[in-house]
Design a protein around this ligand. Structure first.
Ligand SMILES: [Zn+2]
Length: 82
């Protein structure tokens, strides 16, 4: 209990990444809620994609690319240990 499995207790590692996010042209974040609400393509229910990619009503995994930001690429820029 409390033993370090790997790494160091005294040094911190800092990683810098460049994330490229994409979303379909025309998709807009709602100013009222700050999230994108879309309709489930399977059952038509309103689904908050920022919370889940699974429809809470019919259980479908929503994979259409018309929803909010998606990670297009992650590039590691630097690694530094202090
Ligand atoms: Zn659904």
């Amino acid at each position: 209990m409390g033993a370090i499995v790997s790494g160091s207790e005294v040094s911190e590692k800092f990683l810098t990444y460049e994330w490229t996010l994409t979303r379909t042209t025309g998709v807009k974040t709602k100013t009222s809620t700050g999230v994108t609400t879309q309709t489930c393509p399977h059952c038509g229910a309103q689904v908050n994609i920022n919370q889940t990619a699974e429809c809470p009503y019919c259980g479908s995994i929503i994979t259409t690319d018309t929803f909010d930001w998606a990670i297009d690429n992650i590039t590691a820029l630097s690694q530094k240990t202090k």
